[in-house]
Design a protein around this ligand. Structure first.
Ligand code: UDP
Length: 427
């Protein structure tokens, strides 16, 4: 157990650094008042938990011991039975043994760096941290060190924001459990490649073997469409890559005991893909969206990635008699990666229909991606994405076109998840 008092802590390389008032992790003063207020609020529930333990002759609390990411021993308690067993952790926070927000509790590869943060900012271990928050919602973590450093340097306001986001995440996605993380899994009859963002980019960029590789982003909407349309489900299962896109799939996977590696959605993946393509000189073709949108996007990304080659663009409202010429143009432009943005299921059906004629390495169905990168539609703020609530933003921006998909589609999807869980438990 360690205390949150200023102290001198040895760093990994043997050096020591002294407590520096200006650099202290500023939110920790909130721990005691917030824990005391929460204890008061939770006291009826805690009393019930104590009584339940006494009646069932169990110990009132379970002691938990762990080592945080800086290698320090940390202890806290959970109630043995009853509701909200984790509320007993408030005692450890009130005692100053651990913080609401701080360094991650699990050990990981950033130990040396975390130890430096612990020294420099007097940063304690915490139940919530920026890296775990991103991992819980599946936001790809490209630099855990940067996230933790930002957290350490944030003030009391940032501390409260992280606490609220952490609590909301626990409500939305449950507390962290030991889920299995298979490389491939099947959800609602659809095969999912359970990969990280980095793996996904590698798969898309891998040299062509045989035909053009097709990639789809599977989200709650795809599941709802495929539940009504068996042909569409079969089509999704014929692709080479199916990435898990969005918080809906994450909730569904967790309900049957699986953890998804990352939230591999097109919008987050695209900048990584542009970087990889710029490095390797691959050529990108953009097909889809309203006239002018793909061109605006091409101009934007060309300015951002000067070494990226745009092989061509075409809008997504061409007639059926123009499709042959379009495929010829895509092939003649020596396209390596093709993005098709015409909304689901139109884009998947187009790819299925033209797969055999396409000479490119990989082709992805990317939905509304062009509208984001052309600047037509703004991306949701980070805090919304951190909570896996980007869909709320899209609904606010396009209430008419997205009403059915989200306001009706999301509860329907949750019901399907409930059925999936019940069936898997029965099995
Ligand atoms: N779109 C298109 N051709 C069509 C119908 C739609 O190119 O015949 C475009 C539309 O302009 C928009 C995208 O497809 O840019 C649809 O995006 P949506 O937001 O529906 O996709 P999601 O990401 O939600 O699947």
């Amino acid at each position: 157990m360690f205390l949150l008092k200023p102290q001198v802590v040895a760093t990994g390389n043997g050096a020591t650094s002294h407590f520096n008032k200006e650099r202290v992790y500023r939110g920790t003063w909130l721990n005691r008042p917030l824990a005391a207020a929460s204890l008061l609020l939770c006291s009826p529930l805690m009393l019930t938990n104590v009584l339940a333990a006494l009646v069932s002759r169990q110990s009132i609390v379970h002691q938990r011991h762990c080592v945080d990411s800086a290698g320090r021993k940390v202890s806290y308690q959970d109630f043995s039975c009853g509701y909200l067993k984790t509320s007993a952790r408030l005692f450890a926070i009130a005692r100053g043994d651990i913080s609401f927000c701080g360094l991650p509790l699990a050990q990981n590869s950033t130990r040396e760096f975390c130890l430096q943060l612990a020294n420099r900012y007097q940063m304690p271990a915490g139940f919530f941290d920026a890296v775990s928050l991103h991992q819980r919602t599946g936001l790809a973590v490209s630099s855990p060190k940067k996230l933790l450093l930002n957290q350490a340097q944030g003030g009391s306001k940032a501390f409260i924001k992280l606490l609220i986001k952490g609590l909301l995440c626990s409500v939305l996605y449950g507390t962290a459990r030991d889920f299995s993380q298979p490389k491939a899994l099947r959800l609602f009859g659809i095969r999912i490649n359970n990969v990280t963002m980095t793996d996904a980019v590698e798969q898309i960029m891998a040299p062509r073997e045989g035909g053009c590789r097709i990639g789809y982003f599977i989200n709650a909407h795809s599941v709802n469409v495929s539940a009504r349309n068996a042909d569409f489900r079969a089509l999704l299962n014929q692709s080479e890559m199916n990435f898990a896109d969005g918080s809906g799939l994450r909730i569904a996977a967790q309900s049957v005991g699986y953890r998804l590696a990352d939230n591999v959605n097109g919008t987050d993946l695209f900048p990584h893909l542009c970087q990889a393509m710029s490095r390797s000189g691959k050529r990108l073709f953009l097909y889809g969206a309203a006239p002018g949108v793909a061109d605006a996007m091409a101009a934007n990304i060309q300015a951002q990635y000067p070494h990226l080659t745009i092989a061509g663009t075409a809008h997504g409202f061409l007639g059926s008699d123009e499709q042959g010429a379009l495929v010829t143009r895509i092939n003649q432009a020596n396209t390596d990666i093709l993005l098709v943005a015409m909304g689901s299921p139109r884009q998947e059906q187009w790819l299925q229909q033209h797969k055999a004629e396409l000479n490119c390495q990989s082709a992805l169905a990317v939905g509304g991606l062009f509208d984001f990168f052309s600047g037509n539609i703004a991306r949701a703020p980070l805090w919304m994405r951190e909570l896996g609530m980007e869909w709320v933003w899209r609904l606010l921006q396009e209430p008419k076109t997205k009403f059915t998909r989200y306001v009706i589609g999301n509860p329907v999807f949750l019901f399907r998840t409930f059925v999936l869980k019940a069936v898997s438990r029965g099995a």
